[in-house]
Design a binder for this molecule. Structure first.
Ligand SMILES: CC(C)(COP(=O)(O)OP(=O)(O)OC[C@H]1O[C@@H](n2cnc3c(N)ncnc32)[C@H](O)[C@@H]1OP(=O)(O)O)[C@@H](O)C(=O)NCCC(=O)NCCS
Length: 155
């Protein structure tokens, strides 16, 4: 499996995985907008075919400290529990460290146990509950993970 930056030609595959992954999938036009967003990072995991994707965006909250905010992450159902999501998250973490970004953040829908367990497994902690977060007024949990840059070799 390899993880690489996605290209606009990957959009139909990304949109298809989105549809198979969420009861309220984002439309392809919304996903397409991320390809025009200079602050967005779109990663694709693939073997012979696309397996999953992750969309994140660099954000600068008023309290300071740049954050990589995960907007979307999905692995095609037949390929779950094989480490694809973990590989996408590892690639995002590397990108964050390269850019000296020390915080990863996301929202996960209350009741999405797979999502919650996945992020907990990767060191994310719930920081807030957001009522009426989604269009259908469903609640979300905000989760965060602080990254520690690898220690530089001592001289
Ligand atoms: C959440 C999701 C991205 C995980 O992707 P994945 O490729 O299956 O994850 P991995 O194989 O890397 O799993 C790593 C660990 O996460 C946890 N995990 C993943 N899926 C889980 C599930 N369904 N139930 C419980 N724990 C789970 C486990 O600890 C797992 O390790 P294990 O398989 O050794 O037990 C995938 O289930 C998915 O696409 N879900 C639908 C979309 C979604 O909810 N996205 C997240 C919110 S934006």
């Amino acid at each position: 499996m390899q993880v690489r930056p996605a290209r606009p030609t990957d959009l139909p595959a990304i949109a298809a995985i989105e549809v198979r992954s969420f009861p309220d999938p984002w439309p392809e036009a919304l996903l397409a907008g991320y390809f025009d967003d200079r602050q967005a990072l779109i990663l694709l995991a693939e073997e012979e075919e696309p397996l999953g994707f992750l969309i994140a965006r660099v954000e600068s909250p008023p309290r300071g400290g740049r954050t990589l905010h995960i907007h979307d992450l999905a692995v095609d159902p037949p390929h779950r529990r094989r480490g694809v999501g973990s590989a996408l998250l590892a690639a995002l973490t590397q990108a964050a460290l390269r850019e000296h970004i020390s915080r990863l953040q996301l929202e996960v829908r209350v009741g999405n146990e797979a999502g919650l367990r996945f992020y907990e497994r990767h060191g994310f902690r719930v920081t807030r509950r957001l009522a009426h977060y989604y269009e259908d007024r469903g609640a979300a949990l905000r989760m965060e993970r602080l990254l520690t840059p690898p220690a530089s070799p001592s001289s």
